[in-house]
Design a protein around this ligand. Structure first.
Ligand code: SAM
Ligand code: SF4
Length: 326
């Protein structure tokens, strides 16, 4: 049994999120500018080998769960063999992936064979024309069919909806109602202002989201387990699935935050909203595993007690979500 990794506030750090690419086949309005983000060059993006080295080291330090995110992870070449190697690393209890779902029709079968334990699929609307406006260049049908396909293969699914006032908040109830039919966890995520700091008026608080659903479908609170994320979880009476509400901004989960993140260029971050980061590349380039271990530990030691962000202040993350992995 590994020695657990704790930060200075006695939070156990056991969850690593790897953003393996900053590229994406969508341009969601809440995540990227319409022209896309400045792409890192291929040389800047860590090789799979280096992501494996980070993962092995983090697992040896007590990490148990790894999430692969991006950008869109399923557009990076060679993703399936990489996931296959990752899934067999010692100490890994949970391997999960966040995707926009566009490639699921083709890839869900392989993801299941590899042993991905759950897929988080971002879906912000059930209306095809609105889907095109929100993602700018995406199409709804492949995503929806991909979700249904993954479901038919028995892959556990979480659907993530970023709730934006005046854009898709009229669909909150339709999304909640999906849990009556499907055994999915449908999660409502507070919109976060990102590095352009704009559109603060889009935000709808977790409490407002809860009130809207509860007024139509009374919600029962359900418990979440140790490796679960920062959602408050509920169920509509008799529903097959569950509902999660994620208050990313209101900081109610900082006290139990168990995450660390690594960006596609090898920068380690303690918090989505933290400005400080540690460059892991010097250790990766010379395969200095002891140095890497020490760098990860020292970064964890600096994990802030809480973040300071809100719709009304200037503390938004310095990077676009596509770079940090959302
Ligand atoms: N491309 C994949 C996807 O869309 O699921 C993975 C990367 S995406 C950056 C990860 C998550 O970040 C998504 O669930 C997305 O909804 C969330 N996200 C991005 N920008 C956000 C914002 N401004 N507010 C809230 N969530 C955001
Ligand atoms: Fe791409 Fe995901 Fe960002 Fe949308 S949220 S632009 S799918 S990385």
């Amino acid at each position: 049994m590994m020695n657990p990794l704790y930060d200075r506030y006695q939070r156990r750090i056991n969850y690593l999120r790897l953003s393996i690419t900053d590229r994406c086949n969508f341009r969601c309005i809440y995540c990227m500018p319409s022209a896309g983000v400045d792409k890192c060059t291929h040389g800047d993006i860590l090789s799979y080998e280096k992501f494996l080295m980070i993962s092995e080291t983090a697992l040896s330090l007590g990490v148990e769960k790894i999430r692969i995110t991006g950008g869109e992870p399923l557009v990076r070449k060679g993703i399936l063999p990489f996931l296959d190697q990752l899934s067999s690393l010692q100490g890994l209890k949970q391997l999960v992936l966040t995707t926009n779902g566009f490639n699921l029709l083709q890839m869900a079968g392989s993801l299941r064979e590899i042993g991905i334990q759950r897929l988080n699929v971002s879906l912000d609307t059930l209306k095809p024309s609105r889907f095109e406006s929100i993602t700018r260049i995406g199409t709804f049908e492949p995503v929806w069919n991909g979700i249904l396909h993954a479901d038919s293969l028995g892959l556990p699914l979480k659907l993530n909806m970023v709730v934006m006032k005046g854009i898709n908040d009229d669909e909150i109830i339709d999304f909640a109602a999906l849990t009556l039919k499907y055994n999915w966890s449908v999660r409502f995520i507070e919109y976060m202002p990102n590095s352009d700091g704009s559109q603060q008026e889009r935000g709808l608080s977790a409490d407002d989201i809860y009130q809207r659903i509860n007024a139509i479908y009374p919600l029962e609170k359900i418990d979440s387990h140790e490796l679960a994320g920062p959602a408050s979880n509920y169920r509509i009476n008799g529903a097959r699935g569950s509902i999660g509400i994620i208050s990313a901004l209101s900081c109610s989960f900082c006290s139990s935050c168990n995450r660390i993140r690594v960006t596609s260029t090898g920068m380690m971050r303690n918090c989505l909203f933290a400005d400080s980061e540690t460059d892991l590349r010097p250790y990766l380039e010379v395969s200095d595993r002891e140095g890497l271990k020490a760098a990860i530990k020292s970064n964890v030691d600096k994990k802030p007690r809480r973040h300071h962000v809100g719709w009304g202040n200037n503390h938004s993350p310095a990077l676009h979500m596509s770079k940090v992995g959302g």
